[in-house]
Design a protein around this ligand. Structure first.
Ligand SMILES: C[S@@+](CC[C@H](N)C(=O)[O-])C[C@H]1O[C@@H](n2cnc3c(N)ncnc32)[C@H](O)[C@@H]1O
Length: 394
């Protein structure tokens, strides 16, 4: 089984804790690969005939399918399994963190107060936006902005260690696969772009940010997030890996960076956690801080458009069952419109499947696990890494 690479603030599991976490990893895989696919049979045998009989036609949207599927006992059972495994997984990681929390906080503080490569800028007056403050995303206890004790690092540790389990190692032993895939995509698409200054919006524990640094080792790297705990953790983690990153507690909707100050802005898997108006605001800010000729890249799972209603329903599981309230709305947004509203030229907008996180990781020798089949996005896996890119031409 692929193991996460140790660094100074990664909570260390005891033998018993590791066994519990491995069990939950395998249980999650079993539920997704062996049990949830039975929903297709439930749909074909019970739900689809009912919809057809009532409407005299095939279902036209995922909403019509969902209305009936939520009443089906097989769907109820599998959703309950998935949700329960997800909660058990986070709790198993949280126990490991809480057992060693004072030591982890002290390590992060020692790193912060010593000689550092990068920096950490927290804002004591910062207001966490409600779409983050009021929700425990993907059932992660405390969400992204939990900050319960002085100098807390729990949210960062939870994400780093828990997301490694629920993505089944897909992001790689350093959790940096999204960053590596992004760097690869930029290098392939814009070979002449040699970014001197890069900004990442929504860095969480800094996994994607360190991956980005591997692709552009000479660039000055800045990363923002809204939660103080994730940022303290991300900073200590990056320093212990020898990577210089400047972390800032900042809202991507209203950044304090100067106009035209970055060559590349990256928003890795973060828009699906934001409200619709926030997505528009962050795009506007990305346009503002980009230099002419600079590129904005965002990555998410593929949009729903073009997928049949059943596939859309399957992909939409997280919206209703995994505390991802913006998931469905995000995956049906037209980013060309959003980009245009932000000031980008529509003809500079591109979307499509990127090199993929697994491919990017294989380049550095870490072959990842993929799910055979799955219901919903939980536990990452199979769906392709998908990018939206736009260049600021003027
Ligand atoms: C799914 S996580 C990103 C994962 C991370 N990029 C990685 O690959 O490891 C989404 C992050 O976006 C952050 N976020 C959401 N809204 C934000 C905003 N308006 N400004 C800055 N960060 C934001 C959340 O706090 C969260 O840490």
């Amino acid at each position: 089984m692929l193991r996460q690479e140790q660094h100074a603030v990664l909570p260390q599991s005891s033998v018993n804790e590791q066994a519990r976490q491995d069990f939950l990893n395998q249980l999650g895989k079993h539920v997704l690969n062996e049990i949830t696919p039975g929903n297709s049979a439930a749909y074909q045998r019970r739900v689809l005939p009912k919809i057809k009989a009532e409407k005299g036609r095939e279902p036209e949207s995922r909403h019509e399918i969902r209305k009936e599927m939520v009443r089906d006992p097989y769907y109820q059972m599998t959703s309950s399994f998935q949700r329960t495994v997800q909660e058990m997984m986070w709790n198993s990681v949280d126990d490991t963190i809480q057992r060693q929390l004072p030591a982890l906080i002290a390590t992060a503080k020692t790193i912060r107060e010593g000689e550092t490569l990068g920096s950490l800028h927290l804002d004591p007056n910062f207001e966490i936006p409600p779409y983050i403050a009021d929700n425990d995303h993907h059932c992660m206890p405390g969400g992204y902005s939990g900050d319960l004790v002085d100098d807390d690092i729990t949210a960062g540790a939870l994400y780093d260690k828990g997301a490694f389990i629920y993505t089944q190692g897909l992001f790689g032993p350093r959790m940096d696969g999204i960053g590596k895939a992004t760097a690869l995509m930029i290098a392939r698409t814009f070979p002449d772009l040699k970014p001197q200054k890069i900004l990442e919006i929504g860095c969480t524990a800094g996994g994607s940010t360190t991956g980005l640094q591997m692709g552009f080792p000479d660039a000055e790297l800045h990363a923002i997030d809204v939660g103080p705990s994730v940022l303290r953790y991300a900073h200590a983690r990056a320093e212990s890996m020898g990577v210089a990153i400047h972390f800032h507690q900042m809202n991507g909707e209203a950044m304090t960076f100067d106009d035209a100050s970055f060559d590349l802005v990256n928003c890795p898997a973060s828009f699906h956690e934001m409200s619709r108006s926030a997505v528009y605001n962050v795009f506007k800010e990305a346009f503002r801080v980009l230099k002419p000729g600079g590129v904005f890249l965002l990555s998410e799972l593929p949009p729903y458009e073009g997928a049949d209603p059943w596939t859309q329903f399957v992909r939409d599981w997280d919206t209703y069952n995994n505390n991802e309230p913006f998931w469905g709305a995000l995956h049906e947004m037209d980013f060309a419109d959003v980009a245009e509203a932000a000031g980008f030229d529509r003809s500079d907008y591109w979307q499509g499947t990127g090199p993929g996180i697994a491919e990017a990781n294989q380049l550095t020798g870490a072959v990842e696990v993929q799910n055979k089949k799955f219901m919903g996005s939980t536990r990452g896996g199979g769906q392709a890494w998908y990018a939206h890119m736009t260049k600021r031409t003027a």
